[in-house]
Design a protein. Sequence first.
Length: 172
Amino acid sequence: MLYLRAAFPRERWTEPLPETAAFWLDMHAGFRAQQVQMAEAAARWRSGGLDPRGLHVALLPTLQAFLQHLDGHHRVESGHYFPHFRLIEPRIQTGLDLLDRDHDAIHAHLDALYHSAVAFHQAIAGQSADASDHAHRLTDVLDRAAPSLIRHLDDEEDIVIPLMVLKGDPTG
Ligand SMILES: [Fe+2]
Ligand SMILES: [Fe+2]
């Protein structure tokens, strides 16, 4: 699956890229930055630097944006770009199958994050005594989601960026 990356290795990604490829990398950079920001909020909560209400302020707006954008991003990839890539580069079917499966697996994490975030939000809004338990649960779910999210961004880039460079911008 890495023949595309071998043909256009990451060291060369600083060269001017097709517009869609550059946009794709920007989107992924945004997801990585949000993930780091959320992990930092979780770490501050665990070290006692934030109380549950402070965690709510530091984490929930970013998490909400992250969930919405990532879900939309995956829909466009699986629904629009990947079918197009399958046609223009039949050799990469197994790679795209893997990325589609990643989307399903990550969707389960996003779902768990959403439900934990809602429970935490309701506990804060209701000034519930178990807000702290919900905060621990949410930050644990965040931890569990992180490795597959980050790995997927890397794996996907290894396939789609060289593919667009070698085969042309799919929107061009
Ligand atoms: Fe993806
Ligand atoms: Fe992506």
